[in-house]
Design a binder for this molecule. Structure first.
Ligand code: TRP
Length: 335
């Protein structure tokens, strides 16, 4: 029986987590676990498309796993695992490399952004990154994928790959997975520039709030966050034209589980100084317990590893049955 309500999502273990990872991904997953069968994958194979320090990577992988749990994902109810521990992802990704057309990957804007002017010198993995993402999703026959704005194009590609595989091999093995688009603050932007995404690779530490920032650091960063000389916007239309104000208002809305338009109304015409103080306090309130829980979990490596082994075993059982079907459809000998 094919699953009808199955989610897969992935988070990269590429260093410390920031507010964008929490509000843009982790927090949104928590509500999904009620309605869907969820697979949450720490995508370490994706992380190595750019250099990762081998001394750090295992800990980064544990840290993201801990962050899932600390954010409220129940590790018993959901399947939480590391991508590299389930080799079927890489196996299916290779097959998808042979289904995917060069032209499709050439259109991926994330690759263009990440490669920049250095196209000749980035890894081949960075280019074929989206075929691995398609494999992550389709190896579990996932029907839905929660995606932020920046991953929409990769999900479109996943749908194209599923469709072409099904057509080429005259099968209906793969579902055509649907996006689940989040509500408010799906994209947390830089505190220094409201038009670029909050990112761990931004040179300025003031551009992002890390989950492990101290309350003092959070207050300082919000105080210094770029704004404009006007009072807070009078309405949503005006807010949208002022990217830095809009970003801060959206962050507050997401933390309070309110709509941005409600929050805009609440602060319309007020001074940034008052708003910023409330925002900083709220961030500290929300983030501190999560960070404490992450630390606690990281101190209990045996527990974390047992969760991941359990997740790996469950994931692998599913992945194996799909790979077997894929092998048969393609005409490979039995694995
Ligand atoms: N590319 C995603 C990101 O950077 C991470 C990811 C990998 C993912 N595999 C996935 C997301 C599968 C959703 C589904 O955010």
């Amino acid at each position: 029986m094919k699953p009808s309500n199955r989610i897969l999502s992935g988070v990269q273990p590429s260093g410390d987590l920031h507010l964008g990872n929490y509000l843009g991904a982790l927090k949104n997953f928590v509500s999904l676990q009620k309605e869907y069968e969820c697979f949450f994958c720490v995508v370490d194979l994706h992380a190595i498309t750019v250099w990762q320090d081998p001394k750090q990577l295992a800990n980064q992988t544990r840290e993201v796993t801990a962050a899932f749990i600390a954010a409220g994902i129940d590790p018993k109810k959901n399947i939480l695992f590391a991508q590299s521990q389930v080799p079927q992802h890489a196996q299916l990704a290779w097959i998808f490399n042979c289904v995917t057309r060069m032209g499709w990957l050439n259109r991926m804007t994330q690759f263009k952004d990440k490669a920049g002017k250095d196209k000749e010198n980035v890894s081949v993995g960075l280019f074929s990154y989206p075929t691995l993402m398609a494999a992550d999703i389709l190896i579990y026959l996932a029907t839905h994928v929660p995606v932020g704005e920046d991953q929409k194009q990769h999900l479109e590609l996943t749908r194209d790959i599923a469709q072409k595989f099904n057509n080429d091999f005259e099968t209906n093995l793969f579902p055509i997975p649907k996006p689940l688009i989040f509500g408010e603050a799906t994209r947390v932007m830089s505190l220094r520039d409201g038009t670029t995404k909050m990112s761990k690779s931004d040179a300025s530490h003031y551009s992002r709030i890390m989950l492990n920032d101290s309350p003092d650091q959070i207050v300082q960063k919000i105080k210094k966050a770029k704004t404009d000389p006007f009072p807070l916007p009078a309405n949503l239309t005006e807010a949208k034209q002022r990217p830095e104000a809009f970003n801060l208002l959206s962050i507050l809305a997401a933390l309070k589980d309110q709509s941005t338009s409600e929050v805009v109304q609440l602060y319309a015409g007020k001074e940034f100084s008052i708003f910023k103080k409330e925002l900083a306090d709220l961030i500290v309130d929300k983030i501190e317990p999560i960070e404490k829980e992450i630390k606690k979990l990281l101190n209990d490596q045996a527990y974390l590893d047992s969760i991941m082994t359990d997740g790996k075993n469950k994931a692998m059982a599913e992945a194996d049955s799909v790979i077997e079907k894929v092998y048969s459809v393609i005409g490979f000998l039995k694995a």
